[in-house]
Write a new protein. Sequence first.
Length: 305
Amino acid sequence: MATPRTEQFRVTFDDGWLLERMPIGIAAGQMWVTFVFSNPNPPAGADDSWDLFEDLQSRMRMKGLDGKLGEGRRGGGGNSRRYSMNFAPELNGTTEVEVTYTSGSKTVAKETISLGLEPAPAVVREISEPPRDPKVLYDDFMPVHYGFMFLSAGSEPSDDLNGTRAGQRNGLQGAQAPNQLSMMTGLHTGEVPFRIEWHPDQPDVDGSWQDVVEASVEFTEAGALLSSFDEFVGIELPTTGWYRARYCASGMDEGRELDTPEEDESAPDRYLLQLWLAPQTPDEVTVRGSQSAEYWHGVATGKNS
């Protein structure tokens, strides 16, 4: 006879057989219930016959399993038989299993087993590409005149600077003229640090920038031109199509106050243009900081002249 353990359940039948449910085992989203069917004085022939053991299934009715009861496994010998049932891992959440033990037509005992089964933890082996650094298209000082510059590919820079941003939410980066972006600077005349990056996916916004805006632009040619009046720099875009352009600026107010640096002075403002392929969507002001940027936003929306 098996030794009783914690959480066991035992029923003794009139014919001398003892039915014990062993402690329930739960692992990896599955549950095993093992019943031991034993008799200290088995009738003759019990050692060689599974008849009484197989009758165990007729002595139990289990409800609440929704057909998820697994296939049993037999074992043991002599005066003891063991039957283990595996519950499929679909049994998630709380399930109550009602077990009725009978001897012949007589109900000997009833038991309700409450099962708090959690879903099996998913073993996910993520295979992903290592992070890819952006492709730097330009990283240098850019000469500016009258506080603006253009990036164009497939058309000449527009003569109507205000028209490139008319009706937008933001006034720092104009994308209303075909195949080009206009970008405002705080410095009126001089050289500003400027970097252009191409990203395979949308990058996170760097919180160190004071002003950040975004707009969509279509470039129909890969050969682009970064320009400011009579200053021109060739830029090779990775591909053609619709881009999302994020223009980041810091120090615009300081640059505007300085206006034009002396020979021993450097521009206090700096700029970054991030590009990635994306469907066309409305422009937006992502980060607000400087008064200069607010003025140009007002120009775009018609609040400022």
